[in-house]
Design a protein around this ligand. Structure first.
Ligand SMILES: Cc1cc2nc3c(=O)[nH]c(=O)nc-3n(C[C@H](O)[C@H](O)[C@H](O)COP(=O)(O)OP(=O)(O)OC[C@H]3O[C@@H](n4cnc5c(N)ncnc54)[C@H](O)[C@@H]3O)c2cc1C
Length: 433
């Protein structure tokens, strides 16, 4: 497995890279170009921005340091949840009902957008319906019941259903959970094939995509933005979109202190056979538990369990991801003690202090969205569309997200790690007790 975040022309070895159906290769930028919009980062944020900008008639160049969807967009759990990363209950407390309602609608719009892009561009990405949230502590079932009631009563939404302990046991073939909340409108998919499908659509719409082209710096003045790459070429543009998320590093210090990159891990077991796979998740929905460092899983078409869990906060990935994640699997499914692990990988995502995304502008020319905190498939896809709308005219939903208050991590870009790591370790220890 590659643990390098430098300039990388290979995808890290993962189940997704091994089963990618949409092989695309784009050249590195080898000359100076001039476009309306330069996008840095070829994940969901950057590719969805490029697609929507190109469709609205802008000329666009995407600079991706490695390969398209080389970052979190090609490595994640594939869960496409409704709403936001925080529950509606939390959002009402944080921002009031009016704002919470707008955010709820934006969350539904995001899932609908993912679905419509897949349909419109015929993206072959193993799309399936449903996510089941399961409570690892009995007292948490009350939250799920309250969430389902709140959604029904105040949002007129009846597709979130509370499941009893017995129903969850029956669905999962595991008796460690105490109840659950089923999101019927949520989805799950093959994240790399989904991202590459958006990349192909952006390319067909006229966006120029450059791989192996790392932006090293940029300058902005009254006439536009000039982006320099490590290959010694430049992109001159009227606007710039930053879609680097967990891989932003020091490219834009004015915003990097508001996000924290963390590593998260996944494995794919060897094929388990249809009978065993069916017994682990009867209805093939995706599953997430209620731990602070959540476990999340689903089964694949070829009967593997794709299971995610565990975090680390260093710049490189640990070497023993397979054994770290296997322990989590067998704590839920002891029957998989002998199952082989064929693939183990990890990736970086960016979280924010309040786990809500950060959207915004720097001056009038630079747009950014990041910090999706594990909810990036729908939100980053939507972010790209909203950025495109905000650049071409005005977008109410872009302004809605941009208005969410975001605090920097204590300690700024240099010292945020020690405080955050202590906090994360504290809460992840609570998971165990
Ligand atoms: C293990 C894991 C599991 C996850 N599970 C889920 C899940 O189940 N559901 C969900 O909704 N979300 C999940 N997420 C989060 C989700 O994957 C991300 O929020 C989403 O992919 C972010 O997309 P992005 O385009 O903003 O960033 P990324 O996909 O990370 O893309 C950023 C890109 O920018 C490029 N880049 C960085 N700097 C430069 C530069 N200077 N020049 C050029 N290119 C640059 C990088 O190479 C990278 O390809 C998970 C994340 C991880 C890591």
């Amino acid at each position: 497995m590659s643990t390098h975040y430098g300039q990388n022309r290979q995808y890290p070895l993962s189940y997704y890279a091994a089963t990618s159906r949409n092989r695309l290769a784009f050249p590195a930028l080898n000359t100076d170009v001039e476009v309306d919009v330069c996008v840095i980062g070829g994940g969901y944020t950057g590719l969805s921005s490029a697609l929507h900008l190109a469709e609205s008639g802008c000329s666009v160049a995407v600079l991706e340091a490695n390969r398209l969807a080389w970052g979190a967009s090609g490595r994640n759990g594939g869960h496409v949840g409704t709403g936001q990363r925080r529950s509606q209950y939390d959002l009402e407390k944080l921002y009031g009902r009016d704002m919470a309602t707008k955010l709820w609608r934006a969350g539904l719009d995001a899932v609908a957008l993912v679905k419509s892009l897949i349909e419109r561009y015929q993206i072959d990405c193993d799309l399936q319906a449903g996510i089941l949230h399961v409570a690892h502590k009995a007292r948490l079932t009350a939250h799920y019941q309250a969430d389902a009631k709140l959604l029904e009563k105040h949002y007129g939404y009846s597709n979130a259903r509370f499941l009893t302990r017995e129903e969850v046991c029956e669905e999962l073939g595991s008796d460690v959970f105490h109840g659950g909340l089923q999101e019927a409108d949520a989805l799950h998919l093959h994240p790399l094939n989904y991202a590459l499908g958006i990349g192909r659509a952006a390319h067909n719409a006229g966006a120029r995509l450059y791989e192996g082209s790392r932006a090293s710096s940029y300058e902005s003045d009254s006439r536009g933005v000039t982006v320099s790459t490590t290959n010694g070429c430049r992109v001159r543009a009227k606007q710039l979109v930053l879609g680097c998320n967990g891989y932003l590093d020091q490219l834009e210090p004015r915003i990097s202190g508001k996000i924290m990159p963390i590593n998260n891990f996944l494995v794919a077991t060897a094929p388990l056979g249809q009978e065993m796979a069916n017994s682990l998740v009867r209805s093939r929905q995706a599953v997430q538990d209620s731990r602070f460092v959540i476990n999340y899983w689903r089964t694949s078409d070829d009967t593997r369990l794709i299971f995610g869990g565990g975090e680390s906060y260093r710049s490189s990935l640990p070497s023993d991801i397979a054994s770290l994640v296997k322990k989590r699997i067998t704590s839920i499914y002891p029957q998989l003690a002998d199952a082989g692990i064929d693939y183990a990988w990890g990736g970086k995502l960016a979280i924010t202090l309040n786990r809500m995304p950060q959207f915004g502008r720097l001056g009038s020319r630079i747009y950014f969205a990041h910090g999706y905190s594990g909810h990036g498939i729908p939100t980053a896809t939507l972010a790209g569309k909203l950025i495109a709308e905000a650049i071409s005219s005005r977008s109410e939903q872009f302004e809605l997200f941009a208005a969410l208050p975001t605090r920097a991590f204590p300690g700024g870009t240099l010292l945020r790690w020690p405080a955050m790591v202590a906090g994360m370790l504290f809460y992840s220890t609570l998971d165990r007790f």
